[in-house]
Design a protein around this ligand. Structure first.
Ligand code: NAD
Ligand code: DAU
Length: 335
């Protein structure tokens, strides 16, 4: 059992990173240094109100080796969430994805090597590419890498760097690959919050392609508990898949949102498909469940979605400033 007293959480002002910081404060004694560049996706409001003696925000870039040399000696481990995370953005401009996802992970690995610290690298199921709709298979830790988008190829690259630094330099690192998260603080460029906030704004929701693409939804709080489990009980050098058996196609998710918000089932627009759009993701998380004893708690999707809709209704001041620019960007792409 690894028992960290203090960790760096990179990307701790983003969606999943900030939910993890809340989870750590609520469920452990561990203190947190959030290292975040505050890009368009990072918002200090996400961690506002947390106890100042437990959580410190450092605004900076994970590619800044000198800054890492200041911060890393003072902690026991780094939990690495920082990334450019949106597929559509990576198609419009891949460059920041290479900087943050590849170069940034390299700099963190080098800092861990210099200072003898542990790393947990947070990655995605998209590194495995996609599955056919009629294929009963799910991704496992043994599935070959086959990424489709600029985003997922940079995440795959970062995973391979972590594996190489473990084997060649002995860096003590674990990797997790998780499926699609939903919950509070998710940027409104992403599917579920985009449709919820569209409806609140009187804009029709937008569905890509034929709407049959399948995603394997997990509540972000379950992702947090899984990452903590892997950090504290996982074996360095190992990869663990995180998923909660939440496969659903996009049209069913959209219908659930429309129904939950009192809209007719056909009150949405079909829009241009995403180039290279992955068809289906599905996670087999047997290894994490059997070897480390993790179980998801929020498996009632209808309940989680209702809470998420309520959160966006109650926190309009949080998302409203980003809405116009986000929709303008999509409009340019015909989406
Ligand atoms: P997000 O886009 O909401 O947040 C990313 C955060 O990283 C932001 O706070 C941003 O300011 C910060 N950041 C970006 N570049 C940085 C840099 N160079 N230096 C320091 N900070 C920087 O992302 P998210 O959806 O919360 O995803 C977090 C992580 O989880 C990513 O690594 C992503 O690949 C992974 N992941 C996401 C999902 C999902 O469904 N969203 C699923 C599986 C894995
Ligand atoms: O699987 C994990 C991945 O999940 C993470 O690695 C990524 O960081 C995260 O963004 C997410 O990627 P997706 O591309 O699956 O998520 P997104 O929310 O962008 O889209 C979900 C599905 O909904 C996808 O099939 C595209 C579709 N979509 C999306 C938007 C924004 C629409 O139909 N309409 C939309 O307006």
């Amino acid at each position: 059992m690894f028992e960290p007293n203090k960790i760096i959480v990179t990307g701790g002002c983003g969606f999943i990173g900030s939910n993890f910081v809340h989870w750590v404060v609520d469920n452990t004694q561990c203190d947190v240094v959030v290292l975040d560049k505050l890009t368009y996706a990072g918002n200090p409001e996400n961690i506002a109100g947390l106890p100042e003696d437990r959580v410190r925000l450092v605004v900076g870039d994970i590619c800044d080796a000198a800054l890492l040399d200041e911060l890393v000696p003072g902690v026991d481990a780094i939990v690495h969430y920082a990334a450019e995370s949106h597929n559509d953005n990576s198609i419009a401009d891949p460059s920041p994805f290479l900087h943050t996802n590849v170069e940034g992970t390299y700099q963190l690995l080098e800092a861990c090597r210099r200072h003898g610290k542990r790393l947990h690298h947070v990655s995605t199921d998209e590194v495995y590419g996609d599955l056919a709709l009629d294929d009963p298979a799910r991704f496992t830790e043994e599935t070959p890498y086959h990424p489709s988008s600029p985003y997922s190829s940079t995440k795959a690259s970062s995973d391979l760097l972590v594996r190489a630094w473990g084997r060649t330099f002995g860096v003590q690192a674990t990797i997790s690959n998780c499926s699609n998260n939903y919950g509070p603080y998710q940027h409104i460029e992403k599917f579920i919050p985009r449709q919820i906030t569209n409806i609140i704004c009187g804009i029709r929701p937008k569905l890509y392609g034929d709407g049959k693409n399948v995603r394997d939804w997990i509540h972000t709080e379950d992702h947090s508990s899984a990452v903590w489990t892997i950090l504290t009980k996982g074996t360095p050098g190992e990869t663990y898949l995180i998923g909660a058996d939440g496969e659903k196609n996009n049209i069913d998710v959209l219908h659930a949102i429309l129904e939950g918000m009192g809209q007719p089932a056909d009150a949405f627009d079909w829009v241009r498909d995403r180039p290279g759009h992955d068809r289906r993701y599905a996670i087999d998380s047997t290894k994490l469940r059997t070897e480390l004893g993790w179980q998801p708690q929020h498996t009632n999707f209808a309940e989680g979605l209702a809470q998420t809709i309520a959160w966006y209704r109650e926190n309009e001041a949080w998302w409203r400033p980003a809405k116009e620019a986000t929709e303008a960007k999509y409009a340019k792409q015909g989406q």
